[in-house]
Design a protein around this ligand. Structure first.
Ligand code: OAD
Length: 246
């Protein structure tokens, strides 16, 4: 048997025996569904912008139409995409082994949910749910916003913004805490399709390892947190996950 086959077999066995499995996913998880990774999304028309310009409150306030258009393009891509065999393998595992799997995702798409993992912990929000830029004292309904780039409130003038976490913003209340509980409590953590460049999500692998979990990274390329893992499997989410979890 080749070394990678042996490693995959051993990991498969660990997953089969585990009482608790935590899977941390990043943009690479959805790449095979046709959704560009965060860094790949900054190509073509958008290559002259830096992430802080397109994914920050300051960038939005400086040019709301530009940022709205970038997110509108990404939102259309999410709506057109379908879960890939990796998302489905995770959802099948959760169905077969109730209570064992916790998915923690940095992705703002809804592909884990559409595959059947409705309880995935979303660290970076939801691109399909807009919210007001300023908190609204009158509790105006974002669904009633007047269409525009971006839509705005006819009463207050408040702007809609994408419901994602931007650079420099807090994670949704309770999400990081729930993710840390899952990381500390798991027997095996799989880290799938993340560059490990964005914190605090990137710290979850080391947290799991310190707490005694076996940590495996699934990624076709190096990541910044490879040193935190016991095993790095070089492959894609849709090719590796069905074999590991099936
Ligand atoms: P990145 O775009 O930084 O990294 C994507 C990772 O996926 C890279 O390590 C690729 O090698 C890997 N990859 C590519 N194709 C893959 C495939 N088919 N299967 C598995 N892996 C693959 O995305 P994230 O690490 O998710 O935050 O970035 C983290 C955060 O940075 C994002 O959530 C976003 C951004 O700022 C917010 O929007 C707040």
């Amino acid at each position: 048997m080749h070394e990678p086959d042996a490693a995959i077999g051993a990991l498969r066995e660990r997953l089969a025996q585990a009482a608790s499995v935590c899977v941390l996913t990043g943009a690479g998880m959805s790449a095979e569904s046709g959704i560009p990774t965060f860094r790949d999304a900054l190509t073509g028309l958008w290559s002259r912008f830096d992430p802080a310009q397109l994914a920050s409150e300051a960038g939005f306030r400086a040019d709301p139409a530009l940022v709205w258009d970038w997110y509108a393009e990404r939102r259309a891509g999410v709506l057109a995409a379908e879960p890939n065999p990796g998302h489905r393998a995770l959802a099948d595992f959760a169905r077969r082994r109730p209570g064992v799997l916790t998915v923690v995702t940095q992705n703002v798409d809804d592909l884990h949910q559409r595959a059947g993992n409705r309880r995935a912990i979303r660290l970076h929000g939801d691109i399909l749910r807009d919210r007001w830029l300023e908190s609204c004292p009158r509790d105006c309904d974002p669904a009633q916003a007047t269409p525009g780039r971006p839509p705005r409130c006819a009463d207050c003038g408040n702007l809609l913004r994408p419901g994602v976490v931007w650079f420099g913003e807090m994670l949704p209340a309770g999400a990081l805490e729930a993710a840390e509980v899952a990381a500390r409590g798991c027997d095996v953590m799989l880290v799938v399709g993340t560059s490990g460049a964005v914190w605090p999500a990137a710290g979850l692998a080391a947290l799991a390892r310190r707490a005694g979990a076996y940590v495996a990274i699934l990624n076709p390329a190096d990541s910044e947190i490879d040193a935190d893992a016991h095993l790095c499997l070089r492959g894609t989410a849709a090719t590796l996950l069905p074999g590991l979890l099936g």
